[in-house]
Design a binder for this molecule. Sequence first.
Ligand SMILES: *Cc1c(COP(=O)(O)O)cnc(C)c1O
Length: 231
Amino acid sequence: MSIADNLLKYKNELDAAGVKLVAVSKNHPADAALEAYNAGQRIFGENLVQEMVDKQAQLPTDIDWHLIGHLQTNKVKYIAPFVKLIESVDSIKLLKEIDKQAAKNKRVIDCLLQIYIADEDTKFGLGFDEAIELLRSEEFESLKNVRIVGLMGIATNNGSELQTRAEFQELKVLFNGIKLSFFRKEDSFKEISMGMSADYKIAVAEGSTMVRIGSNIFGKRVIKHWKAEKE
Ligand SMILES: *Cc1c(COP(=O)(O)O)cnc(C)c1O
């Protein structure tokens, strides 16, 4: 199957479920992303700043770029002019830098808090308590150029179905709690980004609003495991 065929299969399935598809084009050339674009895809995910900046310059301007990997504060400035959603906010320090760079660009940047749900100590993200502490902080209160629109989580790699499901359920419970406590009146707080190629079906069943699919659309990456790809 071609990239376009793969894309349409997932897009149709997810559209029917009312779930957004983020096509994760990392480790694939801009041409591959363009093939998906030509088949109708408009949301793309990248985990490295440099790769996103390079592709953004080469590809059509109506693409929504999502940063899905760990983001270093000193690199925020490169994506601040155009990034649509930063899915991987994992500290107040990072959020403050995003706010600063967004203000410089006269924008408000949408963000997700990345929540640590996996049973592995190699993944980035905030613990449940840390996320709540961040949202309660006066520092957060003072930020005017960032908007938190939901949560993101990555389940344990190769976890059993039972474990994966339980992790997604935990994220959903946290989402509901945070919604009630902090964003009750804000319709914009509505996204739960969970699910990748291997586990998106479970994620959708557990309330995902946004799935991030790479290898099922673009084929295997050269460096296959995401853990090997950290900046
Ligand atoms: C690479 C990556 C994905 C996509 O993974 P696939 O298994 O190729 O679908 C999704 N989310 C994040 C955070 C990633 O780094």
